[in-house]
Design a protein around this ligand. Sequence first.
Ligand code: NAD
Length: 499
Amino acid sequence: MNRFELPSSELYIGGRWETGTGAEIVSAFPGDGSINRIIPGASRADGERAIERALAAQADPAWRNLKPHERARFLYRIAEGIDTNAARIAYIQTRDTGKTLRETTALVASAAATFRYFAGALESLDDTLTAPRGDYLSLSVHEPLGLVSAITPWNSPIASDAQKVAPALAAGNAVLLKPASWSPLVSLELARIVEAAGLPQGLFSVLPGAGREIGNLLVEHPSIARVSFTGGTATGRMLARQAAEKLMPVSLELGGKSPTIVFADADIDLAIAGILFGVFSSSGQSCIAGSRLFVERSIYESFVGRLVAATKRLVVGDPFDEHTQVAPLVHVDHRNAVAAQVAAAVAGGAQILCGGAIPQGSAYDQGAYYLPTVLAGLSNDADICREEVFGPVLCVLPFDDEADVIAQSNANDYGLACGVWTRDFPKAWRTARAITTGTVWVNTYKQFSISTPFGGEKDSGTGREKGREGIRAYMAQKSVYVDLTGAPHPWARWPEGSA
Ligand code: NAD
């Protein structure tokens, strides 16, 4: 189904459409493996050209001296461009990632909202006049960092791209965006929209390509002043080491193994619906997937029985079909890695309550499908309960009381998100405060607001995105003291006859 033309295979290098000179990358439709585009990726030479053009464009007074409301105009126009092309972008992202069209449509709307939000934030953020300690004005002002890199994963590219590019441009920087190799198309489409919005040439580049080649350059090049990274914990750790060498700030949005807690007094129907959405939407390929489920022992058997029955009813299929709930995974290689993790868990004693297999039938043969899977009989320190699967796999475990579930939830290297289901608000509050995590949802899951900061603890990363202060992460803070008296400093009053 080719409803819209896909972007060409050219890259957006410093404001010009050029053919990459790096290794080829392949974008394929995960529903049937058909090729979307074969793209010559960005080489280091392409990246260096983008950096040169970006530095020139960022230093140009035509950009650098814009007032906040003038810079905001570009972001409003980009938001408008995203909205106008929403159906096309959603289609491209579904072709690129296999996510359901319903989900990619929502992600596109959120990307437009992100540009609009940061335009508004930019117009309304103030610098500060600080309390003086003498006869001078003391001010704290913010300036662009210069050139920043944004490195994003394949699971929600348009949303991850917008969360980095919008605040970075709002802050007055030039931005180099590197999308993941499995999902280059939607970021290239974003480049078309940015170009059509009239952003001065050179300020924005989209450089898909190999992480070790172009990705590395976008971190280690001396002109890069900051990196905003979303991806796996191992890659993030490596980037942090490179950043430390340069003493460069880096924000890291990494993986997760998020606990969802169901207390015996929860509204069971609400909890089941929220848990299924929290772990199986995006086919579990979500950093915040609620993939460790803790159920209070007194309701464990009945709750898990109902949960498994509901899981079996989920519709697995074509991401373009509006009834589909669980679409294919991003790539057959990734699906096979998920299947291997489940097989290892079973070999280690896990019991498959449902799923645990590739769906059978001609509709699934060519795609990267995997059935929504529920595993039991595990301990919290089993590999599959500790490690991120990034697929439709839920581990269920019983707990005894509040203290027990808080301890089990926290006994994990990750700390990205948590769900709590209970009718007892004080208990929800106590639990929310006791879990080491970046986000807690109470009686809901996977809800977001661009005005609410997002980020992780422990191995889930460092730094926060979103929120008004999100722009500040892309700015340098400077203190300015202005004398108000014109009087010479006492040091200038030399003893008579000494000068
Ligand atoms: P990944 O770490 O393999 O890749 C992420 C990005 O980094 C890609 O663009 C990749 O090409 C690039 N990269 C790889 N090696 C690099 C290097 N040496 N230097 C610079 N860049 C390099 O992750 P992925 O498989 O694309 O995405 C899945 C991971 O992302 C999961 O662990 C998931 O939890 C995480 N994620 C986190 C969040 C969050 O906000 N916390 C959101 C989405 C995804």
